[in-house]
Design a protein around this ligand. Structure first.
Ligand code: BG6
Length: 479
């Protein structure tokens, strides 16, 4: 007999998205341009995100920009939310596009059309009994702030962000209870364009600007938590980190130490500040060794203490295996967080290593360290899907992936861990963040949109749609 799991009552089952990857309507409703709007489609995108020297300009003669139309959620949100409701979603994770509310980022008054759009979306969700879980900033900094201010390098951006969060908290205080500050905040260590809103210059040393920008983001996050609690009593405001547990390649203590340090920096540095309200001890040595001098003003450290988060949201796609000295042949192809190939794991078509046990490990590690409620706000399999002649989409590979990861959460709950919910990534097909492809599909709902921008945008239910509906209806008993 297959094992069944006891998910808590009120567990937030649902799906996750980001404004720039679903909405489209990139110039509608007075929206301003953001970072995602200037990212071209295609596998070269990852290089832009991770390498120095991006110019943040559009080159329409050379590239296609998939985020401009995305999957047109901007006009089709009612149809999409009805499909989420049909699956029985309890929660829907989405983000607000900062540039719909403050098109340039540095205005003093918010844009009413943008505010009204999200009013309509939240109302539609509530009409179906779906709780919105809102990321305040998901990889879409206003382009004007990038070009004129240097993104999060500049402390002035903290004030602009404060204006933005106050505007959305005040407007949506009766509609949104669950918030998260910055999506995958730690990813700026590998993708500064997405996470920190600037590109490293070609000849520039990355360390000083990166860690100073992080200090600004931590202040902004603390302000968001503090003001959120004031404006919306009872609100739950979390951080959001990309968590990929780091394994040592073998028992060589040098490799074990290296894996530990990679884990500290990548997995824990940001969360430590946002959860504990202070910089971790291990960071001091790292700052010294990389000649980083943080400009910390009077009152900053107190503010960090006052703005600690209520829960930890995290994404989980893969684990990472580390070795102190690695050859090029050993390096993983595609595993976005790097490391060496793990001989025990299979990888997706994009090279992301599939490791459900790693999710149980992640939950245990995070709970051991922080003892805060955990929310798995992203997890899923990017895969090629085929529409059969009869219109069906048989994505058994996706069901297998999701089942094994949900089982891992069930095991972690038995381990005694407080897990609030599970919103799998890309509940509807959308633009891929790292490659700008539509063909890297995560959804329960297929969207007819192809990598060259063609397609009718018609929505279709995949087999996983019906499977997930049963999972939710049985509160995780029927997997
Ligand atoms: C996460 C991001 O890193 O992974 C999402 O928060 C992203 O924005 C998701 O879409 C999956 O990555 P990708 O590159 O396959 O879209």
């Amino acid at each position: 007999m297959t094992k069944t799991y006891q998910f808590p009552k009120g567990f937030l089952w649902g799906g996750a998205t980001a404004a720039n990857q679903i909405e489209g309507g990139f110039e509608e409703g007075n929206k301003g341009m953001n970072v995602a709007d200037v990212l071209p489609g295609g596998k070269g995108r990852l290089q832009i995100l991770t390498q120095p020297g991006f110019d943040f300009h559009l080159h329409p003669e050379q590239y296609y920009y998939p985020n401009h139309e995305a999957i047109d959620f901007y006009h089709r949100y009612q149809e999409d939310i009805a499909l989420f409701a049909e699956m029985g979603f309890k929660a829907f994770r989405m983000s607000i596009a900062w540039t719909r509310i403050f098109p340039n980022g540095d205005e003093t008054e918010p844009n009413e059309e943008g505010l009204a759009f999200y009013d309509r979306v939240f109302d539609e969700l509530h009409k179906h009994g779906i709780e919105p879980v809102v990321t305040i900033s998901h990889y879409e900094m206003p382009l004007h702030l990038v070009k004129e201010y240097g993104g999060w390098r500049n402390r002035k951006v903290v004030t602009f962000f404060e204006r933005y969060v106050k505007a959305i908290f005040a407007r949506y205080k009766d509609k949104v209870k669950y918030w998260m500050t910055f999506n995958e905040i730690n990813s700026g260590l590998i993708m500064p364009i997405n996470g920190l809103g600037f590109a490293i210059e070609k000849e520039e040393d990355k360390y000083q600007p990166t860690f100073q920008a992080y200090h600004h983001q931590f202040l902004a996050s603390a302000i968001a938590v503090k003001t959120g609690h004031e404006i919306i009593p009872g609100s739950q405001i979390g951080c959001m980190i990309l968590f990929a547990p780091v394994y040592s390649y073998d028992s060589n203590p040098e490799n074990v130490m290296h894996a530990l340090q990679e884990e500290q920096l990548f997995n824990y540095y940001c969360a430590d500040v946002q959860v504990r309200g202070e910089y971790p001890a291990f960071l001091n040595r790292y700052l010294k060794e990389h000649d980083i001098e943080l400009d910390i003003e009077e009152g900053d450290l107190e503010l960090l203490k006052e703005g600690t988060v209520d829960y930890i949201g995290f994404s989980y796609y893969m684990s990472r295996t580390e070795k102190k000295v690695k050859t090029e042949e050993e390096a993983t192809e595609g595993n976005i967080v790097g490391g060496v190939r793990n001989p025990f794991l299979e990888a997706s078509d994009w090279g992301w290593e599939i490791d459900p046990v790693g999710l149980r490990i992640a939950l245990n590690k995070l709970y051991d360290r922080y003892q805060l409620p955990l929310f798995v706000v992203e997890n899923g399999l990017g895969a090629y899907d085929k529409v059969e002649e009869d219109g069906s989409i048989n994505d058994e590979y996706r069901i297998g992936y999701l089942r094994s990861h949900i089982q891992a959460i069930g095991e972690a709950i038995e381990d005694g861990i407080d897990v609030m919910g599970y919103t799998s990534w890309g509940c509807i097909d959308m633009v891929s963040m790292s490659t700008g492809e539509f063909s890297k599909r995560y959804g329960y709902i297929y969207v007819d949109k192809q990598d060259d921008g063609s397609g009718s945008l018609e929505r279709k239910r995949k087999n996983s749609f019906f499977w997930y509906k049963d999972v939710i209806a049985s509160n995780g008993n029927k997997l």
